[in-house]
Design a protein around this ligand. Structure first.
Ligand code: HEM
Length: 132
């Protein structure tokens, strides 16, 4: 029986939530309404949880590191960079909350934009695995 790949079901959640976080942070900077910052934190948390789930099923679909060819390994390294980058951002958000709860808006937006760039590259390499 052919196994249905699970990864494609889940990958769009971290992609969408982390993009939503960036949009909320831009609105926070422009409208100066803290509600956008709170929603950005919600989008960040949801994105991070779905990122872990998407990586877990991606690993299953790929059959583990040994079974990955060149393109899959490039995609995997991209995914690892996304995970490390967002894990560092998670630590920063947690400690910032502990210190003063706001933090420089520009720094947060730059971090979210960089993260989206890493995700874009990773997703592009993922698409090559399916469509090329
Ligand atoms: C442990 C990390 C990951 C592994 C091993 C992995 C592996 C794979 C594999 C094997 C595919 C081909 C389709 C399949 O058989 O499921 C794929 C597709 C894809 N992956 Fe990943 N992936 C990982 C993480 C990620 C992450 C973090 C993202 C984005 C945030 C992502 C985005 C995509 C996309 C967009 C596709 C194309 C799906 C489609 O359009 O059908 N992957 N990945």
């Amino acid at each position: 029986m052919t196994r249905i790949p699970l990864h494609p079901f889940l990958v769009h959640f971290p992609i969408a939530f982390f993009f939503l976080e960036l949009v909320c942070l831009v609105f926070w900077a422009r409208k100066k309404d803290a509600a956008y910052e709170r929603f950005a934190r919600f989008a960040f948390t949801a994105g991070f949880l779905f990122l872990i789930a998407a990586m877990a099923v991606g690993w299953i679909d790929a059959g583990g590191f040994g079974a990955m060819g060149g393109s899959a390994r490039r995609h995997f390294y991209g995914a690892c960079s996304v995970f490390i980058f967002y894990a560092l951002r998670a630590v920063h958000l947690k400690t910032r909350r502990a210190v003063d709860g706001q933090g420089p808006k520009v720094f947060r937006i730059a971090g979210a934009a960089m993260g989206n760039l890493l995700i874009f590259l990773t997703a592009y390499w993922g698409g090559i695995l399916v469509y090329a």
